[in-house]
Design a protein around this ligand. Sequence first.
Ligand SMILES: Nc1ncnc2c1ncn2[C@@H]1O[C@H](COP(=O)(O)OP(=O)(O)O)[C@@H](O)[C@H]1O
Ligand SMILES: O=P(O)(O)OC[C@H]1O[C@](O)(COP(=O)(O)O)[C@@H](O)[C@@H]1O
Ligand SMILES: [Mg+2]
Length: 321
Amino acid sequence: MTVKKIAVLTSGGDSQGMNAAVRAVVRSGLFHGLEVFAVQRGYAGLINDDIRPMDLRSVGDIIQRGGTILQTARCKEFMTPEGQQIAADNLRKRGIDGLVVIGGDGSYQGANKLNKLGIKTMGLPGTIDNDIPFTDFTIGFDTAVSIVVDAINKLRDTMSSHERSSIVEVMGRHCGEIALYAGLASGAETILVPEVPFDLTEVSQRMVDNFNLGKRHSIILVAEGVCKGEDIATEITKNTGIEPRVTVLGHIQRGGTPTHNDRILASSLGDFAVRKLIEGESGKGCGIIKGELVLTDIDKVVNTKRGFNMELYELAKRLSQ
Ligand SMILES: Nc1ncnc2c1ncn2[C@@H]1O[C@H](COP(=O)(O)OP(=O)(O)O)[C@@H](O)[C@H]1O
Ligand SMILES: O=P(O)(O)OC[C@H]1O[C@](O)(COP(=O)(O)O)[C@@H](O)[C@@H]1O
Ligand SMILES: [Mg+2]
């Protein structure tokens, strides 16, 4: 049986493009004759029954906005079977039989639980971390990388004027994708990610060699999942006497207007999720692989670790000599 009433929520860390995805789900659902509801504050809103009907105008003027108009939450209560049951019951009592969850790997775990409780659930990859498998990119990643690259451009100006080295700590909870892409795009000499072991003595020596080779500055990009940028700086100073300046970009990476890539990805995936729900699919994660929209069992998505692109990593290393 196909769905008649669906809901959409955003969960976990917000990401640029979540609004574009909400807009796509609402407008595509209405276009196909469904009733569409929005849940405020992710899974917390499901438990608190904070659910409202949406119309075409409720998602006007949001495609260009960062953050999420539906707000988001990290909800402990939803981690319990009792919380999940309340959430499913609140949807059911309104006759809502389909749910689109826009969030990261944690939110996918929650979507999987709701699917097992009989709610037809679709996951949309919304996180800056790009840590979800079975999609080349997550919504927000492109914008976050652009922000990091822009910041490094600025740092280069001052660092090269002083012939200094810079350590930039970027987000990525257990995942080095932001560091990898931003590092390659900004010409960082060293990229430190949780997926690849490294030796700080070698990293320190590389910095010294770079200056001896005539470089006027040196950039180390470290994913927060490795350690704090300050810890790397302390170690480098101990090894070499060089005093790198540390910049922690923090939540700046999660704000601002989404790039056109993120808006297009969000629009395509939001519409895809709705069409697949109508076709009777459920318990799937939506993704894009080599330009093609794909569905993968959400059970498989949450039980698979995303692979790391060693080719790009090696390329960044070769080109930053
Ligand atoms: N194993 C799980 N079972 C049920 N719900 C979960 C699980 N893991 C996470 N969630 C829910 O998803 C929310 C968002 O997850 P989180 O990891 O914080 O962000 P993200 O989805 O961006 O990775 C959590 O606060 C929790 O409510
Ligand atoms: O916003 P918070 O709660 O400080 O969380 C920070 C975390 O959220 C992220 O920005 C996004 O991660 P999630 O998608 O898992 O929420 C991580 O890169 C970062 O570690
Ligand atoms: Mg996550």
